[in-house]
Design a protein around this ligand. Structure first.
Ligand code: SF4
Length: 168
């Protein structure tokens, strides 16, 4: 039976998804063993019951929190990359939000009610949900994604060997 895999991008830059796709032709082997659920790769908007959830990015607004909670409810395994510490978006945490928004939007801060409410700080996902495994790196390499997924598909505890773990 195929594992179900979902991926989501929260407050990230899509670099982790791009790196994941760098597994190149190995994706053909991957789809023999996994079925994609919600993901920017499938454009499915709601997550179903899944075995593996890959989370890119931290939490910068109320919608991110809602999406992450739903994701975690349906995925037995959640994985964070930039999600580990907030990453680049968290650089704004040193500055108060209001003056920052006024500097970025000198013509007036957008206040459309459809826009998600910004959080005062960008948070790593482990502050809101339990995280089973973390893939460090900005982004983690394609080989790291591959090692991680093939370990899980084989029923092994993921072990990233030397050269696959980096923090830049
Ligand atoms: S970890 Fe790096 S590449 Fe991944 S979403 Fe964050 S900033 Fe982008």
């Amino acid at each position: 039976m195929k594992l179900k895999l979902a991926t989501v991008s929260l407050a990230g830059c899509f670099g982790c998804h791009m790196s994941f796709l760098d597994i190149d032709e190995r994706i053909l082997e991957l789809v023999e063993h996994v079925e994609f659920d919600r993901s920017p790769l499938t454009d499915i908007k709601r997550v179903g019951e899944c075995d593996i959830g890959l989370v890119e990015g931290g939490l910068c607004n109320a919608e991110n929190v809602e999406v992450l909670r739903a994701f975690r409810t349906h995925c037995k395994t959640a994985v964070g990359a930039c999600a580990i510490n907030g990453g680049l978006p968290a650089q704004r945490n040193r500055l108060p939000l209001r003056p920052l928004l006024e500097a970025v939007y000198p013509q007036g801060v957008p206040d459309d009610p459809e826009l998600p409410l910004l959080l005062n700080h960008v948070h790593p996902i482990h502050e809101v949900v339990h995280v089973d495994y973390s893939l460090p790196g900005c982004p983690p390499s394609a080989d790291a994604f591959w090692q991680f997924l093939t370990d899980l598909m084989s029923g092994r505890t993921p072990q990233l060997g030397h050269g696959l773990i980096h923090y830049d």
